[in-house]
Design a protein around this ligand. Structure first.
Ligand code: ATP
Ligand code: MG
Length: 720
């Protein structure tokens, strides 16, 4: 492989970054300017030109998907296997370290990773155990508190008593939480990072080993590292000038989760010999999209200041669509996608980006009803679904009996006559003795402390787990999973559940078996993990990649946060409304508002060729009807880059296909003064009409409830 092939496809600034002599380097540049590309090429350069072994490379990226892609790109560039290279997310790499050095990290070999949902359940249970009132100590808030401390590297024992009752109680909960995790061998996401940091900090031999091993350390999306992540990077690169980071202060969107833009400044101080490279050409988006992004972000203060340009021409204007309500918004988007696919576009080039997970449902429903394959990233991930978690809990217990969270989850699922009272007794015993629930259950059986019925039921459960372990010993991973799903009675349970839900759950369990079959086990993994343990860790750390059929061409749905670093030809930025995006909580806080604006900048700059902004005049969200104003972010984009879309033509097509069926009336059958009946509001008289097609609205004076504007296509009015 020639050096030229590594450098040829780069511009001058990118070349400088890729080929500079080994030293610390900061690439500070806006979206789509090739930062990630530079990072990949830099690694290739080290291997090809500096003769560095892939074994000596560490690269941290933001998602598993990005890591896989990065590995693929390096392998392609160099035509070598990059297996021995450590590429992953902070969490993934921390997990790897902890597995390899569990003992030095003071963890049991069989420790299990909890995702945030597991963590929340554990905290709920803990609050109950401590006899605290959930209303006063909301589990979510406690979870947030604990994670925020960990992200700053603070353990309960480090916390100084301020005398403040609230703080004292929080610290007490934090402490109890640490104890229960310790005892159960459970590690939450924030703990992965903190532990990995402590491991290096407190074990000189381990630290030296990795400092020597990782001759070159690379970080993508550096602006979103938090305190503990940065501290971890510093340990690894201490006294060496080998940290290569790329980032964009304008895309810092995890401040609410402890990320520190300041790390960009810290880097410049801590690595005094570093070089800074700025990239200014954007290769991703056409001109109007890029200019819109530039104008929007100019509204933020205190930026490091960069302006992007492109030579790819102005391209299309940005389209703006005002929907009546969230359903109309979803119709519009799905209709546009239908046209795109009709015109030969790939579904995987299309992304629907939203601010909050709750928004996905509308789009999912419309996509489903039109038979359009789609995949949702984030949100309720595949591995977070109840039935999947239940199956995984059995698998976890097979691997580690002291996993309390899993014990609680399935001890009576499917129901086997173990009542709340029995479980409470076991909990009490476990708490009193500082032992795991499993051990407590064993002890209570041994000491005859439970009723005969409870004892039998409990024995049944524990024997089942032991039996499953025995049966599974010789089986392949997918056979194990299949066996567990069947023998545990879970499949039976969901088959009995009525309706689509049960069916979907059964399908999901089958998909889990499938996921196990497709699971790519590295037998010679450096951590000596069993295939099952590796699969379980994967399930906790994975972020949506396994969902659905990974190879099907599908529309991508995700939050703006998870869209970071990605690009799509056609992008819909939906729900552009005050109170939704920017979010309600950010409206009062200038700092958070700026973070929302950066998030919008991220969203706009995902688009390569076509960008749609949509908002609704009325929106039902979290069970409440709202009449939001258009997002200020729309107004911050100069009008010359925007075209408003009127859906007349398009919607009337939609009306005939899907909306007309819900309307009992044809357009034009109304007169002013017409008497009508509505299912909920009763009888009334038509006073005004406006709009056309699916957008046609009528104002009615109802005898009982007074004036209302209704959309004809949804209102199901009956003419009297
Ligand atoms: P983000 O800030 O969104 O993470 P980025 O700065 O990491 O963006 P990349 O994803 O690396 O940008 O690059 C954006 C797009 O531009 C990619 O499709 C990439 O292949 C392309 N690109 C980058 N540099 C060049 C170049 N010199 N020539 C051609 N294409 C390029
Ligand atoms: Mg990038």
């Amino acid at each position: 492989m020639e050096i030229s092939s590594i450098i040829n496809s780069l511009n001058d600034a990118q070349r400088i970054a890729v080929s500079s002599p080994p030293q610390s380097l900061l690439v500070l540049a806006g979206a789509g300017s090739g930062k990630t590309r530079v990072l990949v090429h830099r690694i290739a350069w080290h291997i090809q030109v500096d003769g560095v072994s892939p074994h000596n490379i560490l690269a941290v990226t933001f998602t598993n998907k990005a890591a896989t892609e990065m590995r693929g790109r390096i392998e392609e560039l160099l035509n070598i296997s990059a297996r021995s290279m450590w590429i992953g997310t902070f969490h993934g790499l921390a997990h790897r370290l902890l597995r390899r050095h569990a003992k030095q990290a003071k963890l049991p070999e069989s420790f299990q990773v909890m995702d945030s949902d597991d963590q929340l359940r554990l905290i709920k249970r803990l609050i109950r155990n401590l006899n605290l009132d959930e209303a006063k100590w909301p589990p979510k808030q406690v979870q947030w508190f604990i994670n925020a401390q960990k992200d700053e590297g603070i353990r309960a024992r480090h916390m100084v008593e301020t005398g403040d009752f609230f703080q004292r109680q929080m610290v007490a909960i934090y402490k109890a939480y640490e104890e229960i995790c310790e005892r159960s061998g459970l590690v939450d996401f924030a703990e992965l990072l903190l532990r990995a940091h402590e491991l290096l900090r407190d074990n000189e031999d381990v630290l030296e080993f990795y400092q020597r091993r990782f001759r070159f350390v690379h970080v993508d999306e550096f602006q979103d590292t938090n305190t503990i992540q940065y501290a971890w990077l510093r340990l690894l690169t201490e006294g060496r000038d080998n940290l290569f980071v790329v980032g964009d202060d304008d895309q810092s969107i995890y401040g609410w989760r402890g990320a520190k833009i300041e790390n960009i400044y810290n880097f410049q101080q801590h690595y005094p010999n570093h070089k800074v490279v700025r990239l200014e050409q954007n290769y991703r988006s056409t001109g109007h999209i890029l200019k819109a992004a530039n104008s929007l972000i100019a509204n933020n203060d205190g930026r490091m200041g960069k302006e992007l340009w492109t030579d790819s021409g102005d391209g299309e204007l940005i389209s703006l669509y005002t929907a009546f309500n969230e359903q109309d918004e979803a119709y519009f988007v799905v209709e546009k996608i239908r046209q795109w696919v009709n015109d030969g576009g790939m579904r995987s080039d299309v992304a629907i980006l939203y601010r909050s997970n709750a928004q996905s449902r509308q789009f999912e429903e419309k996509l489903m009803s039109t038979g359009t394959p789609y995949r949702v990233y984030g949100g309720l991930r595949f591995f977070e679904r109840m039935e999947i978690k239940n199956a995984l809990a059995y698998l976890r217990l097979i691997s580690n009996r002291h996993d309390d969270a899993s014990f609680e989850r399935v001890v009576n699922t499917p129901a086997r006559g173990i009542g709340a009272k029995t479980i409470e007794d076991i909990r009490l015993l476990a708490r009193g003795q500082g032992i795991s629930l499993w051990q407590a259950a064993l002890d209570s059986i041994a000491h005859g402390q439970l009723s005969a019925r409870a004892t039998n039921a409990l024995k049944g459960f524990m024997n089942l787990v032991a039996q499953l372990e025995q049966d599974a010993e010789e089986q392949e991973l997918f056979e194990k999973v299949k066996w567990v799903v069947e023998k545990s009675g879970l499949i039976e349970l969901y088959k009995k559940e009525k309706g689509d839900k049960g069916e979907a759950r059964v399908e999901n369990l089958e998909e889990l078996v499938n996921a196990a079959r497709m699971f790519d086990y590295e037998e010679d993994n450096e951590e000596n993990l069993s295939e099952l343990d590796m699969f379980l860790a994967h399930a906790a750390l994975e972020a949506g990649e396994m969902q659905g059929d990974a190879y099907e061409d599908c529309v991508q749905l995700m939050t703006l946060h998870s869209a970071k670093g990605l690009e799509f030809k056609l992008v819909f930025l939906v729900g552009m409304e005050e109170g939704l995006f920017p979010s309600q909580q950010s409206l009062e806080d200038p700092g958070r508002l700026e973070e929302e604006r950066r998030l919008c900048y991220v969203g706009i700059t995902r688009a390569m060729e076509h960008l749609y902004l949509t908002h609704a005049e009325s929106r039902r969200l979290y069970g409440k009807e709202n009449y939001p104003r258009q997002s200020r972010f729309i107004r911050e984009i100069p009008v010359e880059y925007i075209q408003e879309i009127r859906m007349r033509a398009n919607v009337s097509r939609l009306v005939t296909s899907s909306v007309a069926t819900v309307s009992s009336l044809q357009t034009g059958t109304f007169k002013l003064g017409q008497r009508v009946r509505h299912a909920k509001f009763g009888e009334g008289v038509v006073l005004q009409m406006e709009g056309e097609g699916a957008q046609e609205r009528v104002q009615i004076n109802f005898h009982d409830v007074g004036l209302k504007w209704l959309m004809l296509s949804y209102a199901k009015l009956e003419v009297l």
